[in-house]
Design a protein around this ligand. Structure first.
Ligand SMILES: [Zn+2]
Length: 406
């Protein structure tokens, strides 16, 4: 849109407040202390798998009330870290769906079902004995939801995330056969990375079936709705499937759209589920949790499509006047602008309403690089939208606060 980037040399207005809408610093626990020296105001820190749920909780407690920014209202949350609890689709095969059973399945049952479970949820049919052996005993989905609920209740500002659907990923090979040259034990694992990720392993041919991914995301979206928490969503080549899942969950809650004819007749049709459902009751979880709670629903009130890599077309569905949730789109330098420019992401950023854009680093390590990536994406968004750095940084800060706190 602009032939030059007038913002590139301007000093960056960190003092306005820059908010990372999606990142994974607990993947590198040795970087957590670096958060103290960061210029970014607040990090929205995702959990993804068994190994990082408790770490995210601990880091949030460690940085509680540590944001001294004068930009914040005195009664607003001034935590430097906003924790998010959820299971990422890349780890969804490690979950056994026992939501149809009366009681959560116990460890003994899950251990006995392990091989059958992985044969059920992975495609093509898994026959790799090394990998089957290494995969963990799956955990109960019912159990996982109750543990996540407890964490969300302990952290009144916590979100649900990272959850999502991914049509393209494949699970990593077994450690014993993961070397890219075919030799055993040659995968280059980095011991500073929190366990559970791919960590240098080659990929197997196995994907997690979409039906299973859908079951796992659905219960987590319902939990977010029950506690009225926003969610951070991962979607790779699955935007249609995401919309379908959301439509299924919010069926019956759609906003009523007043037609022109009705408007001309002067009838005042009340908009369903609007204005009637906000009950300013205070939760009873302690002094810092007196935020306004709203009635439980089967879907989250606010949704962030993180590092949105899709085209402009699906935006119509997310912004349809009937949609009873507020959908935000977040962008990162790493995923959206790896080469500095990307017409597809630029077109999406240009097409979005100004109040629905967020920025994120999406990286696995806190510190200078996270700050640098945030500065880069803020400058990029400002450049695409033709905003001055001050104005753009303020808009993005306001958007993040509205997304997280409502
Ligand atoms: Zn992520």
């Amino acid at each position: 849109m602009q032939s030059e980037k007038p913002t590139a040399s301007e000093p960056f207005p960190w003092e306005i407040g820059v908010f990372d809408a999606h990142c994974h610093p607990t993947d590198t626990m040795s970087s957590i202390d670096d958060i103290k020296a960061m210029k970014a105001a607040t990090l929205t820190v995702m959990a993804t798998r068994e190994q990082d749920q408790e770490l995210v909780s601990q880091v949030a407690l460690q940085f509680k009330g540590s944001n001294q920014s004068s930009e914040q209202d005195s009664d607003a949350c001034n935590d430097r870290v906003i924790p998010c609890f959820g299971w990422h689709p890349w780890f969804s095969h490690q979950i056994f769906d026992d939501t149809k059973h009366d009681e959560p399945r116990d460890g003994e049952y899950l251990a006995s079902m392990k091989i059958e479970h992985y044969k059920n949820v992975l495609a093509p049919l898994i026959d790799d004995e090394d990998l089957l052996h290494e995969l963990p005993v799956p955990c109960s989905l019912v159990d996982l939801v109750s543990r996540t609920r407890a964490r969300l209740q302990k952290h009144p500002y916590a979100l649900v995330g990272e959850i999502g659907l991914d049509k393209t990923f494949r699970i990593p090979k077994a450690w014993s056969s993961a070397g890219s040259d075919g030799n055993e034990n040659t995968a280059s694992s980095d011991s500073s990375i929190t366990p559970g990720t791919r960590n240098g392993r080659a990929l197997s041919p196995y994907r997690v079936k979409m039906d299973h991914q859908r079951a796992v995301i659905k219960v987590q979206l319902r939990l977010a709705g029950e506690l009225q928490r926003p969610v951070s969503l991962h979607s790779v080549q699955a935007h249609g499937a995401i919309i379908e899942v959301l439509q299924e969950l919010w069926a019956g809650y759609e906003k009523k759209v007043i037609s022109n004819r009705q408007r001309k007749r002067g009838s005042s049709v009340p908009r369903a589920h609007e204005g009637e459902d906000v009950s300013p009751t205070h939760s009873n979880e302690g002094s810092d949790s007196d935020k306004i709670e709203t009635k439980p629903k089967p879907f989250p009130p606010r949704i962030c499509m993180h590092s949105y890599s899709g085209p402009v077309d699906p935006l119509n569905q997310f912004f349809h006047p009937k949609v009873p949730a507020d959908v935000y789109f977040s962008f990162s330098a790493v995923i959206n602008f790896p080469d500095g420019a990307n017409a597809k992401s630029s077109n999406v950023i240009s097409a979005l309403p100004e109040d629905r854009i967020l920025v994120e680093s999406d990286i696995h390590c806190a510190g200078q690089r996270m700050d640098d990536l945030l500065e880069q994406i803020v400058r990029q968004v400002c450049d695409i939208r033709g905003w001055s750095l001050e104005r753009g940084t303020q808009i993005l800060a306001d958007n993040w606060k509205r997304f997280v706190f409502g």
